[in-house]
Design a protein around this ligand. Structure first.
Ligand code: GLP
Length: 241
């Protein structure tokens, strides 16, 4: 696992965008795995800037998002469908037909989860997966537990995550209790992984991850230690606490 420490959030976002751009230039029809949350916002802004100023081309790019809440409409600003459209997709020349965000409102959700993993494979698998990390070490919505799901699945959110994500909602009662998320196996199949972490609240999880000597389902991100090509970019605050 390669660890890059940047001074602050702006530098972290720039570095992440440079890495994404480098991979995009190597493969025009790259398949990107995308994350939501506050952390990748700076990366997305930088990619939008690169598209506008430098002509970074998304016309042949395919994207798969990690997760989506169950039980909120896609025109709700807290849905990840809304987030992706407004924070990235509508500002770049990506074909909407090539952007996939789990459809957590699908009729038969269990079948749909299997279909999502099948679709990723059909598109050739994820070349570069972007990840954030929860304060409790979750990746996607794979929460610490005795067992973790291999494929895309329906999951219950932990109190810690509901609490952390309540900052985006009017009240904590409005935070969904369930979500659909790519499983640990879906994530680990990505050829290359880029995990971003910013701020003091991520320090504990990052410290354990960077120590690098144990994997445990109680810190889902630690499973990434088994992957051959992971880069972690952190800012000083996440690194030093
Ligand atoms: C959210 C998302 C994750 C994200 C994480 C951290 O709940 N499901 O994919 O990486 O929590 O979010 P943030 O970047 O806002 O701290």
């Amino acid at each position: 696992m390669k660890v890059i420490v940047e001074k602050d959030y702006a530098a972290l976002s720039k570095k992440a965008a440079e890495i994404v751009k480098e991979e995009m230039l190597k493969k025009k029809d790259i398949v990107l795995g995308l994350a939501t949350g506050s952390t990748p916002l700076g990366l997305y802004q930088e990619l939008i800037r690169m598209h506008k100023d430098e002509g970074l081309d998304f016309s042949e790019v395919t994207t798969f998002n990690l997760d989506e809440y169950i039980g909120i409409d896609y025109d709700n600003p807290n849905s990840y469908h809304y987030y992706m459209k407004n924070n990235l997709f509508k500002h770049i020349n990506i074909d909407a037909n090539n952007t996939f965000v789990p459809d957590a409102n699908a009729k038969d959700l269990e079948d749909y989860c299997k279909e999502y993993d099948r679709l990723i494979e059909e598109k050739g698998g994820i070349d570069l997966q972007i990840l954030g990390i929860g304060v409790n070490g979750h990746i996607g919505f794979n929460e610490p537990d005795e067992e973790l799901n291999v494929g895309t699945s329906i999951v219950n959110l932990t109190e810690s995550t509901i609490q952390a994500n309540s900052r985006f909602f009017d009240s904590i009662d409005q935070v969904p209790k369930k979500a659909v998320t790519m499983g640990i196996g879906s994530i680990m199949k990505a050829k290359k992984i880029l995990l971003l972490a910013s701020g003091k609240s991520k320090h504990e999880a990052i410290k354990k991850l960077i120590k690098g000597d144990k994997v445990t389902t109680q810190l889902p991100a630690s499973l990434l230690l088994l992957h051959p090509d992971v880069t972690v970019i952190v800012d000083e605050e996440a690194y030093r606490g």
